[in-house]
Design a binder for this molecule. Structure first.
Ligand code: UT7
Length: 318
């Protein structure tokens, strides 16, 4: 058996995003449930989120974001030999959405599968892509994080309806000599499975918001530090920090705990809400577009959510 035939490293060479057309303000949410713009801004940091509508299925959004990522990478659909679709909001379990997305993009028989690690999904998928490239199982991988959370959130429950939105982000990952995706630090705690849960197909999401908040603000800073250690970089070298966009207070607590005074911080939650596995690629794409992050910057990404699951790694911005 021949081992080690893959590339030395992997890196992202193109990112793309899709935000649904309909923008929903806090005032609009406050017409449905007992809340206010002021409460949401202060306790969560969100000003608006996007809700998917007609022509914006999970697959439609993933295809749109992927098309932009491919265009940014200079590669075509025929160049991709593996597609990993991170999502926890597929409309049905059979078949997975990955093969349909690949077909819609015009890819020629790539490996294609769905990966459900909830809000940590993009980081899990990025690591799987990097590993596949380094072992020689794939050469160029399309990684997608896409969610249509509004299908699974009760619009009349203020504990969740204020938080979530829809969207998709995608990244093209290729082999390189110079590694651009560090080792993943990942884990889970299935004892806390009820913290964020859809019990069965006839019910909607339930969440222990305070419990998740406590977990995220106490357990995840050490994970972020370990990501840097495993990548062989100092926290002080991190140019860009993009944690999952769950709550601005969680983001700010992580920034304080890590002492990241000089890094650019992803705060896309303000304009996009919590989009689960899409939140990290959406935030990173926007930061690059706005010049808050630059090509070649060292970024630390950290996803966390239902499962409970978490995953993070250091990467070079495309
Ligand atoms: O992406 C998946 C991961 N998910 C998360 O990371 C979510 C993490 N959790 C959170 O972001 C927060 O826990 C929430 C935003 C869900 C809730 O914020 P909180 O600061 O933890 O609020 P709370 O549940 O402690 O409630 C505080 C007060 C309560 O009133 P009293 O009992 O103090 O009078 C609630 O009834 O705020 C009330 N409240 C609200 N008021 C207005 C709870 N939700 C709302 C609301 N609008 N939407």
């Amino acid at each position: 058996m021949k081992l080690g035939t893959g590339a030395k490293g992997a890196r992202i060479v193109g990112l793309g995003d899709y935000r649904p057309h309909r923008v929903v303000s806090n005032d609009e949410i406050a017409q449905m449930v007992d809340t206010s713009d002021e409460w949401i801004r202060t306790r969560v940091g969100i000003r608006q989120r996007h809700f998917a509508g007609e022509g914006e299925s999970l697959t439609d959004m993933a295809v749109a974001a992927s098309g932009k990522a491919l265009a940014a990478s200079g590669l075509g659909p025929e160049d991709i030999d593996l597609l990993i679709m991170a999502t926890c909001t597929a409309p049905s379990p059979i078949p997975g959405v990955g093969p349909t997305i690949a077909h819609r993009l015009g890819m020629k028989a790539p490996g294609a599968y769905d990966l459900n690690a909830a809000c940590a999904g993009f980081c899990y998928a990025l690591s799987s892509a990097s590993d596949a490239i380094r072992t020689g199982s794939a050469r160029r991988v399309l990684v997608i994080g896409a969610e249509r959370l509004t299908d699974w959130v009760n619009p009349l429950h203020r504990g969740t309806s204020i938080l979530f939105g829809d969207g998709a982000g995608a990244a093209v990952v290729v082999g390189t000599d110079d590694p651009g995706i560090g080792p993943v630090v990942w884990g889970s705690d299935g004892a806390k499975r009820e913290a964020i849960i859809v019990h069965d197909r006839s019910t909607l999401m339930e969440m222990d918001g305070q419990g998740v908040f406590r977990w995220a603000t106490t357990k995840l800073a050490p994970v972020a530090r370990e990501c840097c250690e495993r990548a062989g970089v100092d926290l002080a070298d991190i140019d860009v920090f993009v944690p999952h966009q769950a709550n601005l207070r969680i983001i700010d607590a992580l920034v304080r705990a890590l002492g990241l005074q000089h890094a650019a911080i992803g705060r896309d939650i303000i304009e996009t809400g919590n989009t689960s596995s899409a939140s990290i690629p959406l935030a990173l794409t926007r930061m690059l577009e706005r010049g808050e992050a630059k090509s070649g910057d060292l970024a630390l990404v950290l996803g966390f959510g239902a499962g409970l699951t978490y995953a993070g790694q250091v990467l070079r911005c495309p």
